[in-house]
Design a protein around this ligand. Structure first.
Ligand code: INI
Length: 146
């Protein structure tokens, strides 16, 4: 089993679409603790929307206080005229934050066509993307330590 013992993880979460994102946060936190992590080693930072996630993720990764950063948000096409811009920029910025710092920065941002699809991927019919991103974070921290 993947072990999260001793790992320190920063979570960056968007307040936009909080009715979905709050479930991604719960999924990520539960997963960390179920894999042996200590909830006191999790730090949660909120930003306004997915567009702002990369800057906060970069700052947290640069701080040296975290072994990995998990980014959580929900960009929903139905409700977002500038869906592509927000979705692309957040994904690009997350990848850049990881490459610039060498700290794993995981993309747990849902990008969906509808609110229903977002709900399905936030702990109902189709898993929980927050939990998935946390699993990937734990795996990357362990891999990079080897
Ligand atoms: N931010 C999101 O996280 N999800 C969305 O679906 C969304 N929509 O619909 O526009 C969204 N917009 C806000 C954006 O992330 C920024 O906070 C805003 O543009 C200010 O920079």
């Amino acid at each position: 089993m993947l072990a999260a013992q001793g790992q320190r993880i920063g979570i960056v979460a968007a307040r936009f679409n909080d009715f979905v994102v709050s479930h991604l946060i719960s999924g990520a936190e539960d997963t960390f603790v179920r894999h042996g992590g200590n909830s006191e080693d999790l730090t949660l930072a909120y930003v306004p929307g997915a567009f702002e996630i990369p800057l906060m993720a970069l700052r947290m990764a640069q701080s040296g206080k975290y072994d990995a950063i998990v980014c959580l948000g929900a960009v929903i096409r139905g409700a977002t005229p500038h869906f592509d811009m927000v979705a692309n920029e957040s994904a690009k910025g997350i990848a850049q934050a990881a490459m610039q710092t060498g700290v794993p920065v995981l993309n747990g941002i849902l990008t969906t066509d509808s609110i229903d699809q977002a709900i399905e991927r936030a702990g109902t019919k189709a898993g929980n993307k927050g939990a998935d991103a946390m699993i990937s974070a734990i795996e990357m921290v362990n891999l990079l330590a080897k």
